[in-house]
Design a protein around this ligand. Structure first.
Ligand code: IMP
Ligand code: MG
Length: 180
């Protein structure tokens, strides 16, 4: 892994694909142990969660129905503070155990806004699994049941995470170089 130019910014290696895989193995085992015989519905948050969600669910030894929703709040390397969402593909969640799979939680605004939506109100339980979490940036009360890795407040790309739609395909995760 070496330094990478994406658009106008320079990024440096941060989390290798091997490390991501070991994180996913641990999360998958935590999820299996937590739910044991309960039936789960997975909700993958697009776009950022598409690679993580796919890789993670391959490792959970359970047949889990998967749904997708789309949330967005970011432009360039910052949150706009406004969350737009499309939940039209969600089934009736009444009494279901819902596992939300997200790429990264920063302010927590996206997840907090999602949890308030009426479609989720009748679920039997709702837990969040986020690959990455920037704990110093959290601005709302939010409980994350499963966290892959806590990271400092740097902007990151790769493994589903983007910089203005670039860099999602990278197998490793890179962080913004501070002296850009
Ligand atoms: P929050 O609402 O502030 O918690 O931001 C969460 C959303 O912002 C995530 O789902 C990502 O889509 C995006 N985001 C936050 N931090 C980063 C980052 O470092 N790189 C890419 N996207 C990010
Ligand atoms: Mg996201």
């Amino acid at each position: 892994m070496k330094t990478l130019k994406i658009g106008d910014l320079t990024f440096e290696p941060f989390i290798s694909s091997e490390t991501i895989h070991s994180i996913n193995v641990r999360l998958a085992s935590d999820i299996s142990n937590y739910y044991t015989s309960k039936e789960i519905i997975a909700v993958i948050v697009l776009k950022g969660g598409y690679i993580f969600g796919g890789d993670l669910l391959k490792l959970v030894e359970k047949d889990i129905p998967v749904y997708f929703i789309q949330l967005s709040s970011y432009a360039d390397t910052r949150s706009t503070g406004h969350v737009s969402m499309n939940l039209t593909s969600l089934p009736d969640l009444t009494n279901k155990h819902v596992l939300i799979i997200e790429d990264i939680v920063e302010s927590g605004l996206s997840m907090a806004t999602l949890l308030k939506q009426p479609q989720l109100a009748t679920a039997g339980s709702i837990e969040i699994c986020s690959l990455l979490f920037k704990p110093t940036e959290l601005k709302t009360e939010l409980f994350l049941k499963f966290v892959g890795k806590e990271i400092p407040p740097a902007f990151v790309v790769g493994y589903g995470l983007d910089y203005n739609e670039m860099g999602r395909h990278l197998p490793d995760i890179y962080q913004l170089k501070t002296d850009n």
